[in-house]
Design a protein around this ligand. Sequence first.
Ligand code: ADP
Length: 449
Amino acid sequence: MVPRTLGLFFSMAVAASAGYWIEPTSGPLLGAFAVCLFSVIKDLWKGQKITQWLRHNNVQEPPQMGGLWGDLIDRMKRILNEQRKQTFAEQKRLQDFLLAIQASPNGVVLLDPEGRIEWCNQTAALHLGMDAKRDLMQHVVHLVRDPVFKKYITSDTHDGEVVIDGRSASLQNTFKLSVQLHNYGENRQLLLTRDVTDVAHADAMRRDFVANVSHEIRTPLTVMSGFIETLQTLELEADDRNKYLNLMAVQAERMQDLVNDLLILSQLEGSTLPSTNDPVNIDALMSGIEAEARGLSMMQLHENDEAQVLHFEQPAGILLLGATKELHSAVSNLVNNAVRYTPSGGLITALWTLLPDQRIQFSVVDTGPGIASEHLPRLTERFYRVDRSRSRESGGTGLGLAIAKHVMQRHGGELKIESELGKGSRFTLIFPASRVVLPSPPEGLAAST
Ligand code: ADP
């Protein structure tokens, strides 16, 4: 600054001397004025160039100037560069932030004070059936027309959350969304959406399950209370008394079976997967199940009925790695079902077969009534029965196949059901090779072959 001022004064002095030399009275003043004017014009021109440079926002190519203006340009360039870096870093941060919200499995919508969409992520767009770009600045209530949503969003207090149908919900395809609104900033609102289809489904299943269990227990309880009342109020002969007591015992047994099956199911759900270290001998397993099935078959045989024919077969010495109780439950449920549903004189074959790929399968084939194809996919649902009265009559709980399926899943196997109405059924359990242990060949056999 000082050298520039001194330079200006020096130029003015030189110009004044030159002016004096040309014209002694007004020459010095004019000379000094001309230098001032030139200096002002030069500064204006430089200022103009700098303004242009700033206007074009080309920080990297500043006009080349020396002295005070050059210093000024350098400083400006440094400040502008610093600002640029800051803006870039902030933009990057914002971009990362938006990408993180985009990656969220939940929907996020930012609303302005008028309830217009300022921004939304793809999940929210998918949940609410919006277009993340096209629908910006649209009122959210114009796009989501669910009355529950409308009431919630237009109310003054947004307590808790509401559950509405998602955009792609249909009769066949339930899609439930939880929607929550939160205030933030200056009158802005944050709308969060979450897919709660699974939760709603589990909730519905739990409600159905409780209703089914209550219903299953209520029926025998009602019958028993009726008998108890009869026994309490009427003077009965010993024969009648015994008859009623026997009927009560049947109902009590029904409730016991139901509670047992419910306990098995809850244990299956709550326990760790069956180990692959515990060998179960198939021969031993089957001898108990066969005795049970033959007993059941005899029990349901009426006078003049032709007995059922039961055939059991399994290769000797094979071990199955798994939980004995669970395997017993799955296999006996299939065998007992065949016995219960097959009419007198029918044939029931229970067969273990080693498959070529070392898996092992157990199948029960009966010549019973068979099952219409529309029921097949639902048979393993809890309490699903084709013929309710037939199932109850024969002591069914409606949980046998659900238990068998669960046991197979836990052992890494599968349950297959094939049936044809009027022709009989085949229920098959297939266990993976990893759970099969074959008997070792007798010593010396390997050497002699
Ligand atoms: P339930 O205790 O009623 O037998 P399950 O879960 O074991 O319950 O079986 C579900 C339904 O599948 C039964 O109610 C019955 O209608 C049908 N079912 C099962 N096994 C047979 C079979 N061998 N033959 C015909 N129907 C069967």
